[in-house]
Design a protein around this ligand. Structure first.
Ligand code: PEP
Length: 248
């Protein structure tokens, strides 16, 4: 891992209400989180303000998506400025559900990366292959094309954490093995070295997502190029703390 600070993001997806969110906030505040870990939670957009006020300094708050304009006739969309106004400092972009349920293209995700960075947010852009792409031997080709759309639009790598999330592992209970994760993380780091710079490759955190739990976090985090996690389902439970502490 070198000097890269361990990073854990919690993607709550479209789950929760104030009552259940209060419970998550309670355990996040009660438990001693690892000071060596950077922790970010991503509530649904209507709760960003609520969560950022309640959590204060315990964890940073992310949006799960945003649009590539500051304001205007874009019904249903949220701008980076609105996220910041509500206390959010991060945004997840290109999550597999955005790509595959809502049809977001690499081009659109690239445009969002550029706009959100320019607007001052920190970013968690996601990449990852589908099962049929992996089985056809196309994992690297797919992930590198996604990386190119992100990298072509990235002006400040210090504010970017890349999430590698194989689509077949998200919400399926089928976690990538530590070796599978390491293989792709290393390939992404090599891609960054070749296409951006050695120093960006060395310093950029590459986190893994896909059915991470307290019981598999330690082994995954033990791999040289796995710098943390993006956690979906388990981020709604106390298991999120076990993941941050890498113990169970
Ligand atoms: C995610 O939503 O980014 C994710 C990895 O989900 P899960 O942990 O539930 O697989």
């Amino acid at each position: 891992m070198g000097d890269r600070k361990f990073f854990v993001g919690g993607n709550w997806k479209m789950n929760g209400d104030k009552k259940s969110i209060d419970e998550i906030i309670k355990f996040l505040k009660e438990e001693p989180l690892d000071p060596a870990a950077e922790v970010v939670v991503a509530p649904p957009a209507p709760y960003i303000d609520y969560v950022s006020q309640k959590l204060s300094s315990k964890a940073a708050v992310a949006a799960q998506n945003c649009y590539k304009e500051a304001s205007g006739a874009f019904t249903g969309e949220v701008s980076p400025g609105m996220i910041k106004d509500c206390g959010g400092t991060w945004v997840i972009l290109g999550h597999s559900e955005r790509r595959h349920v809502f049809g977001e293209s690499n081009q659109l995700i690239g445009e969002k990366v550029k706009f959100a960075l320019n607007a001052g947010l920190n970013l968690i852009p996601c990449v990852g292959e589908k099962l049929e792409e992996r089985e056809a031997g196309n994992t690297e080709a797919v992930v590198f094309e996604q990386m190119k759309a992100i990298a072509d639009n990235t002006s400040d790598w210090k504010r970017v954490v890349i999430a590698y999330e194989p689509v077949w592992a998200i919400g399926t209970g089928r976690t990538a093995t530590p070796e599978q994760a390491q293989e792709v993380h290393k390939a992404i780091r090599n891609w960054l070295a070749k296409n951006v710079s050695e120093s960006v490759a060395k310093s950029t955190r590459i986190i893994y997502g896909g059915s991470v739990k307290g019981s598999n976090a330690k082994e995954l985090a033990g791999k040289a190029d796995v710098d943390g996690f993006l956690v979906g389902g388990a981020s709604l439970t106390r298991d999120f703390v076990a993941i941050i502490l890498k113990q169970l």
